[in-house]
Design a protein. Structure first.
Lengths: 418, 356
């Protein structure tokens, strides 16, 4: 019997040693914007101090495939309560698994929330971003170019020529920092710039060109005008940046005052004041502004939207997740989100303004109602990476001209969208 | 033994019974999500492990002399077989199953039969990736082995500082493919464009980008294969070499008539290694070009995945396009191709080997 006793003891020891699943209290937030990881952690801490409820913030980004990571979590039964998604293609993965939040207090305070096909409010907007043609105000002033004068293709060309003529005098490398590197910046060309063709100058709910795109078609006249503008960028961009450059080169170049214009949106504001603050200071902490991508005379809007939304997972701790989001949308939460994370608040009741070079110009366009939406977010998620980005690069390299660029884009879209 | 038999039988049956109940309870908790807890401890895992141990002990105590040894063998093999099944066999079958569905990584709505398999042969981008990979494998198998063997010969001579050269040639292999890809991307995009004064990086056009991947891959992999060749060359018996020297054989003759035939086994290993690893090329491909490059008029289509190898193609199908089921079908095809090529290659090479 001794032997059996020994075995029994060994077995009980095993049981005592067994690791058990951790039951952390509170909720988990899966954030896809690594730039605001620190402020978010701070917000979570402030929330815990105020309410005693714990929020775990998990921040990923910088090339990590967020949806693939989420799918792994789902397979492992480890879904976070709140998770990020970009537009309808991402959300399609989670049909029937997210909570309708239209009954929440914040819902009435914003119109930037994400509404799905069935009309349910499933996305919490945590920031607003803008895409326009950003400019360096001090260079434009020195060159004697009034940004307000850029209202169409001719005036844009005239402005570029005027600046180009004084390039040495102004000490700049090129008129515009435009980069069409398909490996690194397909999202900038194939999504953000292409998004101008889809939305620039339109009402926020106007989906004319997006609907056409989803049928596999391009409006030839509008797209040709757009192509002519891109051609202008190709011509006046820094050759070292145009095809072989990368995002860092582009943004640091703009921060250092090497380019009068740059084809990046409002998110570079926090890079200017943090990552590249030395270059930015050396260039005189210049003011920034936006002109619309006016490839047709009269286009006067920039594109603003929540770049991604947060959804609440149905089978998680829904009540606490919703409570946290409500707190975040309130004054205490927005204080941190705006001042520390540099987010432009999507909530109407928010009075805090960020200390960001692009915050003021964006608010200006928003206040004047001169904004259009980001319908490019609904295009198939691989379109830019696998197809259109490469054609922008070919165009930049000069292997395509305006006409063959339009043809190539028309063909590839017809082939790949059904 | 007689007296013990009935005892052992009761014990064995009890253990088997308890174990099975515990296992079923654990599985039930897992599926129904009704976890039983002891304080803050969740008992599901404990039930599972304890149940498994009880079952194993029950099997061990089964009163038989005839099969006792076989049972013990099986119990000892169990951990390995179990791990192998969980990590290789079961996922393979699950993957095989998924290749017949429209799985998107979360859920699937229907079985699609052989649709996925049919679709890939109608997709020009995939055919291009497949052909490109074959080309890449052939070029690399030759180049890597050639470079590696020459380096090995160099590093087995009585040169000064041979140890340093060995380490230096091997070093690139220690750097991960992703890091290496970014380092070379910088070299191609920033350094070479300045030196050659060319407007665009070599990575911007399909042909030059493909050559760039080959260069980086050979640079990375030749050092590793070189080590295996050095090892092989060291096993060539000294007496044979000495005999050849006394007979007045030239260095070239010694190399071709003695060294190379003597290390045929090493050649088999090295061609096999380069073959399979070149087929599975992924990380450098991802970091260096991410598959980019324009191809005009392939199967009547314009492609943008000029340098995309098959592994990257599968990855993108799953993760960028959310077509997990379709990607799985491609992966199965890839697996079959790889298995066939490897078997064939080993068969052919084995015939050439010299018995020592």
């Amino acid at each position: 019997m001794k032997k059996y006793l020994a075995i029994f003891l060994v077995l009980t020891m095993f049981v005592a040693l067994l690791p058990t699943a951790a039951f952390a209290d509170g909720i988990r937030l899966f954030n896809g914007k690594i730039e605001i990881a620190e402020p978010l952690n701070h917000a979570a801490k402030a929330y815990e101090e105020a309410t005693g409820k714990h929020v775990e913030v998990e921040s990923l980004g910088g090339g990590v495939d967020l949806q693939a990571t989420l799918k792994q979590y789902y397979q492992a039964g480890n879904m976070p309560e709140i998770f990020v998604f970009e537009g309808a293609p991402d959300l399609a993965n989670w049909t029937g698994m997210v909570v309708d939040m239209s009954d929440q207090a914040w819902a009435a305070d914003t119109d930037a929330g994400f509404v799905d096909e069935s009309g349910a409010l499933v996305g919490f907007p945590y920031t607003t971003e803008a895409i326009g043609l950003a400019y360096n105000k001090s260079i434009l002033e020195k060159a004697g170019v009034d940004p307000k004068s850029i209202t169409g293709p001719e005036s844009m060309k005239a402005a570029f020529e005027a600046i180009d003529a004084k390039k040495d005098e102004l000490g700049i490398t090129a008129v515009i920092g435009y980069c069409a590197n398909a490996t690194e910046l397909y999202w900038s060309t194939g999504q953000h710039l292409f998004g101008q063709y889809l939305d620039a100058g339109l009402e926020r709910d106007d989906t004319t060109y997006f609907d056409l795109l989803m049928q596999g078609k391009l409006d030839q006249e509008r797209f040709t005008k757009f192509a002519e503008m891109v051609d202008l960028f190709n011509h006046y961009s820094d050759p070292a940046l145009l095809v072989s450059g990368n995002y860092d080169m582009q943004v640091s170049g703009f921060a250092a005052g090497k380019y009068a214009f740059v084809t990046q949106g409002s998110w570079i504001g926090s890079s200017l004041t943090n990552q590249y603050k030395d270059q930015y200071a050396a260039a005189g902490n210049f003011e920034c502004g936006y002109v619309p991508y006016a490839f047709i005379e009269g286009i006067d809007t920039i594109l603003t939207n929540a770049p991604s939304h947060w959804a609440v997972y149905k089978d998680g701790n829904v009540a606490e997740a919703e409570e946290f989001l409500n707190w975040l949308a309130g004054p205490d939460g927005q204080q941190i989100m705006v001042q520390e994370a540099g987010c432009v608040s999507p909530f109407k009741s928010c009075t805090v303004v960020a200390n960001d070079p692009f915050a003021a110009p964006v608010s200006e366009f928003a206040a004047a109602g001169k904004t259009s939406a980001w319908h490019w977010m609904g295009q198939p998620s691989n379109l830019a990476q696998d197809f259109t980005g490469a054609i922008f690069q070919d165009f930049a390299m000069g292997t395509e001209d305006v006409q063959s660029f339009v043809e190539a884009m028309t063909d590839i879209i017809a082939d790949n969208i059904k | 033994m007689n007296e013990n038999t009935s005892n052992r039988k009761t014990l064995s049956m009890t253990l088997l019974g308890v174990g099975t109940i515990l296992l079923i309870a654990a599985l039930y908790m897992d599926f129904s999500k009704n976890y039983i807890r002891l304080g803050s401890f969740e008992l599901r895992g404990a039930f599972l492990v304890l149940g498994a141990l009880c079952v194993l002990a029950g099997i061990y105590f089964i009163p038989t002399i005839l099969h006792h040894r076989a049972i013990i063998n099986c119990i000892f093999l169990f951990p390995l077989l179990f791990t192998f099944a969980v990590t290789v066999i079961i996922p393979m079958f699950v993957g095989f199953f998924y290749s017949f569905t429209d799985w998107n990584g979360v859920t699937f709505t229907k079985m699609v039969g052989f649709e996925n398999y049919a679709a890939m042969f109608k997709e020009p981008a995939f055919i291009w990736s497949l052909l490109l990979t074959v080309l890449f494998v052939i070029v690399n198998m030759i180049l890597v082995n050639l470079v590696a063997f020459l380096l090995a010969l160099l590093c087995t001579t009585k040169l000064k500082g041979v140890g340093f050269f060995r380490a230096a040639y091997f070093l690139p292999n220690l750097i991960g493919g992703i890091v290496l890809g970014y380092i070379w991307q910088f070299i191609f995009s920033n350094v070479l464009t300045k030196i050659l004064n060319s407007p665009h990086s070599a990575l911007a056009t399909t042909k030059t980008a493909f050559i760039a991947i080959i260069v980086v891959y050979v640079w990375q992999y030749a050092g590793y294969i070189m080590l295996i060749y050095i090892n092989g060359l060291a096993t060539v018996p000294k007496d044979v070499l000495e005999a050849a020297q006394i007979d007045g054989a030239s260095d070239i003759a010694t190399l071709f008539k003695i060294k190379i035939p003597m290390i045929a086994a090493t050649f088999t290993i090295c061609t096999f290694l380069t073959l399979t690893s070149a087929f599975k090329q992924f990380d450098v491909n991802l970091a260096l070009t991410n598959g980019g490059g324009t191809v005009r008029g392939f199967m009547g289509k314009r492609l943008s995945n000029g340098t995309q190898m098959i592994a990257l193609n599968i990855y993108n199908t799953a993760f960028a396009r959310d077509q997990y089921g379709y990607a799985q079908a491609k992966a199965i095809l890839f697996f079959i191709i790889l298995a066939c090529v490897s078997l064939l290659q080993v068969r052919i090479s084995n015939k050439r080997e010299v018995e020592m």
